[in-house]
Design a protein around this ligand. Structure first.
Ligand code: HEM
Length: 113
């Protein structure tokens, strides 16, 4: 079992890249394949309101519905990673809350956690 510092490091690296992939797929959904609320659509591959336009709603070989699925499941994974991150730092969170609200450790303890 790797030590806690190594686990934290890799957890945070993976979380960062999952977050960046969410931002990337979010940008695709918002600005390259925008949804069709309102007139004209807009965006790089947007525009038009007819049903036939759905045939052109692809980017990098993936349909818009695929991009929504990828964006959604990455977000689910990130929520899980954040939950694990909180569990890994639970003792720090409890210690900090106690130090802040209960002042159990006294004013002399500069770095109690
Ligand atoms: C630059 C950042 C982001 C942009 C531009 C963006 C854009 C979008 C857009 C346009 C949709 C609507 C998709 C549709 O038409 O159905 C959407 C849906 C969604 N976004 Fe984002 N997003 C961003 C970041 C995030 C982040 C950080 C999270 C969560 C960690 C997130 C979670 C979701 C979820 C859960 C949905 C619903 C997906 C579904 O309909 O199943 N997004 N986002």
């Amino acid at each position: 079992m790797p030590n806690k510092g190594t686990v934290n490091f890799w957890m945070d690296i993976v979380s960062f890249f999952v977050f960046m992939m969410i931002v990337g797929t979010g940008i695709v959904l918002k600005w390259i394949l925008p949804s069709r609320h309102g007139e004209g659509g807009g965006g790089w591959k947007g525009g038009g309101e007819t049903a036939g336009d759905w045939a052109g709603r692809w980017f990098l070989g993936v349909h818009r519905s695929g991009w929504v699925d990828i964006h959604f499941w990455l977000a689910v994974i990130l929520v899980g990673l954040i939950a694990v991150h909180i569990v890994l730092h639970w003792s720090w969170i409890v210690c900090s809350l106690k130090a802040h609200f209960l002042k159990e450790l006294g004013p002399s303890s500069k770095k109690p956690c």
